[in-house]
Each structure stands twice: as structure tokens, then as C-alpha cells.
Design a protein around this ligand. Sequence first.
Ligand code: ZN
Length: 210
Amino acid sequence: MKPSILSPEDARFILMLERAGVLQTHDGSKLETGNGIILVTCSDGDKILEFLEHIEELIREGGGKFRPHIFAGHGGAMLIAEDCPLYRKECADQFLLSQIADAHEMKDISTVILMVHAPCGAAKKAHLTVVQELAHLVRAKHRVKSVMPQLKVSCFIDVHYADGGKKILFVSPEAFETWYAAQSKAQHIVQGSGFEDLLLHPDQSGNLFP
Ligand SMILES: [Zn+2]
């Protein structure tokens, strides 16, 4: 399979989400990385070194210690979301949650960085748009915090543009949820059915993101 190229639709969503404050440039000063980080990322062998470089830059800018304790799987941190369609049979979510818990205990690291990227081959395989990736990422954060509230959890997306440009962006879960609610309202989508359904089933009628 050829390497994926960011689709114009996803590029548009990324720009829209930047303008809405969901995706933000980040200087690393808010990252508390006293004793290192637990990093959950996609395995992508063409990109993983860049992910690490980007994360290292952020941490150094914030004056923290770059001590990455890494868990990688195709799709990255979105696998932790309960409804992520990737690797359900293999219980990737439970596996990653237990790895994070053990890393926290064994290595005394309390900062978790949850990361996805776009374009991602695993997302493509599961027919997920970048908005769906981010929805899973946000849910992954909530899940980690609900199981291990003592951990500090930050979310990032690494973007590779079709023209070769690339950057890492901080994802604000609160801003994502606000943005999504506003989008749903604007589209007169019935609230209460849960945005997960709309996001996770692209062929469902009324979906914002076909
Ligand atoms: Zn990937």
C-alpha cells in the first residue's frame, strides 16, 4: 500500500479546527514532564522518528526532561477509546491501559501524551476522517483519566500536509466538544443520540462527516 496523503477534506477540517481553537500550537510550557512521559503513538515507521523529534522539541522548550516511555500501535492513542473500530478483537484498549498503568508504577512517570497523526494508514483502513480520529482521541483521554485520575494527560496530533509541510498541534478536548456541539446544532442534528454514533458510523444518514 502506498503511503497516505492528507485528503483535501481532512486538510479543510484541520484548518477549521485550528481556527476554532481546537487545534493549537503549543510551546511546551504547559507540559509537566518532571520524570519523563508515557507516549502512546502510531507505529508508522516513516513518521515515528519525527513524532519523537516534535515531542522532544516541545518538552525541551518547556524545560522538561525528554524521557519517553513508548507504546506504539497502528492508529496510536485512538485505540484506547472504547468504540474505536481498530483492533477491537485484540483488546488493544485494555492492553494499552494496562501498559500505561504499569509504566506509571514501574517508571514513576505521571505525564501521558496521547497522540494520533494525519494522514494515518490505520485511520484510512478503518475509513476514519481526521475528525473521527480526534473524537476517539478525546474519548481516549477521558478513559485514561477515568481509570487513572492521578495522571496528567495531554493530546496531540501530528499533521503531514500534502505539500510536505508538517507540524504538531495540541488538541483541546474541551474545545473539540464545544466545537462539535456547535456544529451539530448548526446542522439541526438531534442531540442526545450521542455524537459518537454520528462520528463513528460515516454511512449513517445525517452524519456531518461523510
Ligand atoms: Zn498511523
